[in-house]
Design a protein around this ligand. Structure first.
Ligand SMILES: Nc1ncnc2c1ncn2[C@@H]1O[C@H](COP(=O)(O)OP(=O)(O)O)[C@@H](O)[C@H]1O
Ligand SMILES: [Mg+2]
Length: 263
């Protein structure tokens, strides 16, 4: 379980550029929850993930994971049990290393074992099996440098790397936004499969409102650093994109804007 208690982050405090990016956010994410996060540009979605991952220190509040207070843990310490993907497929993999070397590194995360011991045959078999489950043919290209892969292949591999040791929490920050629609749909399909099969507690930011309703079991809407409202259960099941927009304009402090795709 992930729990945020009254979390606030202000950037550039005391300057003309002062910005309250997170304003007293409280949120409980139960084990196995798959929560989609939407909100207009600058609402604080990425900041929320940066607070959870420890990329940014929070000014106020507390963060708990499995009842352990992680508020003061450094990012690298949290990275042992939090997996993360970004919009940019170039982040998260080492381009000059092969697919199997990248997976080897990811697999050694949290274990006291380094690559120079070599990747065991048993591990290679596991990697091949996991790669074939992606359905992209990458299991036949394990000695290919990751830099040669397409954005979608790379994002699928990053997803596998983030989950090959099951994380306590998976954070996805618009991880399909840089891909063409067909590839984005494929990566979403892979995402859902991996999350479901491993019952991974997941937070997914998306700019695609219909995806936000189609995937996961709860949707939270951020506006101006605050949790504007959340949708779950029957209300969410029956919600349409239009209905969500109406709720947004009734509950959020700004206009429903720009980047959000409506189909
Ligand atoms: N490192 C930073 N320094 C200063 N301001 C930041 C920083 N990161 C984010 N912000 C500001 O905080 C607000 C929320 O940003 P962000 O969380 O990235 O929004 P979103 O992901 O919802 O589009 C924005 O006004 C943004 O400009
Ligand atoms: Mg963002």
């Amino acid at each position: 379980m992930l729990k945020l208690e009254n979390v606030s982050i202000t950037f550039n405090k005391g300057t003309v550029n002062e910005k309250k990016a997170l304003d007293n956010v409280s949120l409980t994410v139960e084990d196995g929850d798959f929560i989609t996060v939407i909100g207009s540009n600058g609402a604080g979605k990425s900041t929320l993930m940066n607070a959870v991952s420890g990329t940014y220190e929070i000014d106020k509040g507390k963060i708990f994971l499995d009842d352990k207070n992680i508020t003061r843990l450094k990012e690298y310490q949290r990275a042992r049990f939090i997996g993360r993907l970004f919009q940019d497929p170039l982040r998260g993999t080492a381009p000059n290393m092969t697919i199997e070397e990248n997976l080897g590194l990811a697999y050694s995360r949290g274990k006291r074992r380094s690559l120079n011991i070599g990747i065991k045959r048993k591990d290679l078999n596991l990697f091949r099996e996991k790669l074939s489950e992606l359905g992209l043919g990458l299991e036949d290209r394990m000695k290919t440098p990751v830099g040669l892969l397409s954005g979608g292949q790379r994002q699928a591999l990053t997803l596998l790397m983030a989950t090959i040791v099951t994380p306590k929490l998976l954070l996805l920050d618009e991880h399909t936004a840089a891909l063409d629609p067909k590839t984005a749909a494929k990566v979403m399909e892979i995402t859902e499969k991996i999350v479901k099969e491993n019952n991974i507690t997941t937070l997914m930011i998306t700019h695609n409102v219909s995806n936000a309703l189609a995937y996961g079991n709860r949707t939270i809407v951020l506006s101006q650093g605050r949790l504007a409202f959340a949708l779950e259960g029957e209300q969410r099941k029956n919600m349409t994109v239009e209905g969500l927009m109406k709720l947004y304009s009734d509950n959020a402090g700004d206009a429903f804007t720009d980047k959000m795709l409506l189909d």
